[in-house]
Design a protein around this ligand. Structure first.
Ligand code: NAI
Ligand code: 15L
Length: 268
């Protein structure tokens, strides 16, 4: 049967807020979880991913988890370790113990961020390209994908890992012309990932059908995802503002954009 009740972790965040407004149109009932209070949602669970008791209770009885919670940019390793690595492990353990059959995991393009971006005419980057994290953040997403594979192979818990490009209301940089996922396409892709049958552990890229796309959406389309948006209508304005993409600029030379050049943030 199609999943109906979904636990949405990271519900207070940018993507969580977009999905709270878009996913109910697909018939889902959302249970919300975040360490920060979720505005206008008195029933949301306010807890940290380190709180295993709260997680067990939150996943109990849901048909699937859309796991968006975590640090969403580069941060000191200690913080990434707690929220993204241990936090995602805690989520999977709770799901396993409560018999939740599927997780949709918000992975990121930064799991493969050091992959050179294809020049025009070169083949798109396949989903099985070797992982090349560009940050501790990207490394945590690479870990999440491996964790998902382990829980499928060992426990039969299914996951779709979505390597999201940039999901924001509009593209705001020239790089985003290649990696943008419109919120409406995001909801379409998450819906496909929640409902497709027999996914095992499937990795997909998450973006719209952009004219300047860098990666291959075949595995996403095989889930039934049909993107309807394209960033191209924004190209004129963005290029007038920021100039033509310079292939030597890290923002354009690698999938992860400027993340490849950002120095690590050391802890203390
Ligand atoms: P965000 O930073 O706006 O939201 C993340 C949410 O997770 C926040 O509300 C935060 O309070 C919560 N959170 C963080 N640590 C937590 C913890 N230990 N326990 C409980 N809650 C915790 O990020 P955004 O943009 O909404 O992204 C959502 C997810 O999608 C993240 O996992 C991010 O890495 C991933 N992603 C997002 C992309 C985008 O374009 N927005 C691109 C690629 C990946
Ligand atoms: C991500 O993984 C981040 O969570 C998001 O804030 C954007 O920076 C996005 O990648 C991107 O690559 O543009």
């Amino acid at each position: 049967p199609a999943p109906r009740t979904i636990l949405l972790t990271g519900a207070a965040g940018g993507l969580g807020t977009l999905m709270r407004s878009l996913l109910p149109e697909y018939g889902y009932t959302l249970r919300l979880f975040d360490v920060r209070p979720v505005e206008d949602a008195p029933d949301a669970v306010t807890a940290d991913l380190t709180d295993t008791g709260a997680l067990r209770e939150a996943v109990r009885g849901v048909d699937a988890v859309l796991h968006l919670a975590g640090i969403s940019l580069e941060a000191p390793f200690e913080k990434i370790l707690r929220s993204n690595i241990e936090g995602t492990y805690n989520l999977y353990e709770a799901a396993r113990l409560e018999g939740v059959p599927r997780v949709v995991f918000a992975s990121s393009n930064h799991a493969v961020g050091f992959t050179p971006a294809p020049r025009p005419g070169e083949p798109l980057i396949p989903v099985d390209t070797p992982r090349r994290p560009d940050t501790f953040y990207g490394l945590s997403k690479s870990f999440g994908e491996d964790l998902a594979q382990l829980y499928w192979d060992k426990h039969g818990l299914e996951t779709v890992s979505v390597r999201i490009g940039s999901c924001f209301p509009e593209p705001t940089s020239v790089r985003m012309l290649s990696v943008w996922m419109s919120p409406a396409d995001g909801a379409r892709l998450f819906h496909a990932a929640l409902t497709a049958e027999g996914v095992g552990h499937t990795v997909v890229y998450g973006s719209s059908a952009n004219t300047r796309l860098w990666w291959d959406l075949t595995s996403a389309r095989e889930l039934g995802y049909e993107p309807r948006d394209d960033s191209e209508p924004y190209a004129g304005k963005l290029i007038a503002e920021h100039g033509e993409p310079d292939p030597a600029d890290p923002a354009h030379s690698h999938l992860g954009g400027h993340f490849v050049n950002d120095p690590p943030i050391w802890p203390y």
